[in-house]
Design a protein around this ligand. Structure first.
Ligand code: HEM
Length: 411
């Protein structure tokens, strides 16, 4: 029997559920809701006040269908729920918001710099940054684990985009405002819309300066790669380069910390930290399970280009479709005992990095960073205990924990 960590199905009122409401996620992972949807309404119409609505897809097979059939489910209308009912300004400019063949023409040069082989050259500098991040935790006292892991993304992406370390904290905050705009830790007193606008304005302004600085002086990083990319004989505009840098920044900055946060929370709660930390042979399979378990990029949006069916349910051309990755990753049709964190799970074809043409371009460097992080963490800490309340991010996109006080025992 697989225990469900959150809530109890009997009390789940699917008609009252609002999957777009960030507050749903601020209460913890909504696995009871997702399980009820998978079982009873795997392709469920979710109305959204003033913005139409979307088909919520929660089963693995349906999620795969949507993510891999780019001809029927376009990314050009935006891939995040906060774009629902709006025009996507980055359409056909950003590879994340393009369809093949244009998608591949913009993505390929970036991808060449991010293959497993290409990212291996960052191993030692990344290790040095991660060791530095862990240092303040070495006094053995109580600390907030999310403050340590929160600095991981910029350690990954700063060097890839040539962003100086002094700017990392400011950018991390602006990214938080972009992806968790309703969270009380990020929302401005002027409201959610104003938070998004300010974050976009400041981030785009920052990235535009970065792109212009690269035009004066080439540094051999991803900004130069994008600036040198031509599509159908024309170079990408400065706006398109900025839009792609933004997408790289968002991908990296948002998701990475929530993999260790969520995995460690589960292992501490179930008393199994040592079962992983003391078994180096489980490092790789444990990381894949941590990815499946946490699914920090909660959803991706598509728009149907023609009348079609998902899981037998008719979907009309123009309808928005949202794949819930955390729900697909717990589908018992694919993963035996899906609510058990199984360090040696195999096979483990989770969808945390997506699937198909848009499969996460940053997956190799994300895996490298996680491998180094867990190796260095396990080498220093024999155990952890929780010392206070855990708080979850209020966001329908960013899945994760924003506060997790722990006490660590050093080796
Ligand atoms: C644990 C960390 C990460 C997770 C869970 C994650 C998740 C995902 C997912 C699910 C997609 C598919 C989007 C779609 O189908 O529309 C995606 C795409 C993408 N990710 Fe990641 N990502 C992570 C790390 C990164 C990093 C480190 C980078 C940058 C170096 C990055 C950059 C991107 C970009 C640019 C795309 C768009 C790819 C395309 O449309 O072809 N991500 N990511």
């Amino acid at each position: 029997m697989s225990p469900l960590p959150a809530g109890d199905l009997a009390g789940t009122d699917l008609d009252g559920v609002d999957l777009a409401d960030p507050r749903l996620y601020g209460r913890g992972e909504p696995h009871a809701v997702w399980q009820a949807l998978r079982d009873h309404r795997p392709v469920h119409w979710q109305p959204v006040a003033g913005r139409g609505g979307f088909w919520a897809v929660t089963r693995y097979a349906d999620a795969e269908q949507v993510l891999t059939d780019h001809a029927t489910f376009t990314s050009t209308r935006g891939v995040f729920l906060n774009m629902l009912g709006r025009d996507e300004p980055a359409s056909d400019q950003q590879f994340a918001a393009s369809d093949p063949p244009r998608h591949g023409r913009i993505r390929r040069p970036v991808q060449r710099e991010l293959t497993v082989r290409a990212v291996a050259r960052h191993t030692e500098s990344l290790r040095a940054d991660i060791v530095r991040l862990l240092a303040p935790a070495l006094d053995g006292g109580t600390f907030d684990l999310t403050e340590v892991t929160g600095a991981l993304p910029m350690a990954v992406l700063g060097p890839l985009l040539g962003i100086p370390a002094a700017d990392w904290p400011r950018l991390a905050r602006l990214v938080g405002m972009s992806v968790a705009e309703a969270d009380p830790g990020f929302v401005l007193p002027e409201g959610v819309e104003a938070t998004l606008r300010r974050a976009h304005r400041e981030l785009f302004g920052y990235l535009l300066n970065l792109v212009q600085a690269h035009r004066r002086e080439h540094r051999g990083d991803l900004v130069d790669v994008l600036a040198g990319t031509t599509v159908d004989g024309s170079p990408l505009s400065a706006g398109a380069v900025v839009a792609n840098c933004y997408s790289l920044l968002l991908g990296a900055s948002a998701a990475i910390p929530h993999v260790p946060n969520g995995a460690l929370l589960e292992l501490i709660r179930t008393g199994r930290y040592a079962a992983w930390a003391d078994r180096p042979e489980l490092l790789e399979s444990g990381i894949e399970e941590a990815l499946r378990w946490t699914a920090p990029a909660r959803h991706f949006l598509r728009c149907a280009t023609r009348d079609t069916r998902i899981g037998g349910v008719p979907v009309a051309a123009g309808d928005a479709v949202v794949v819930w990755i955390g729900a697909a990753n717990r589908d018992e049709r694919i993963f035996p005992d899906p609510h058990v964190f199984d360090l040696s799970r195999s096979p483990n074809r989770h969808l945390s990095f997506g699937d198909g043409q848009h499969y996460c371009v940053g997956a190799p460097i994300a895996r490298l960073a996680l491998r180094i992080f867990f190796t260095e963490l396990f080498a220093r800490f024999a155990s952890f205990e929780l010392t206070g309340e855990v708080e979850y991010v209020e966001s329908n996109w960013l899945g994760g924990i924003k506060r997790m006080p722990v006490r660590a025992t050093l080796r």
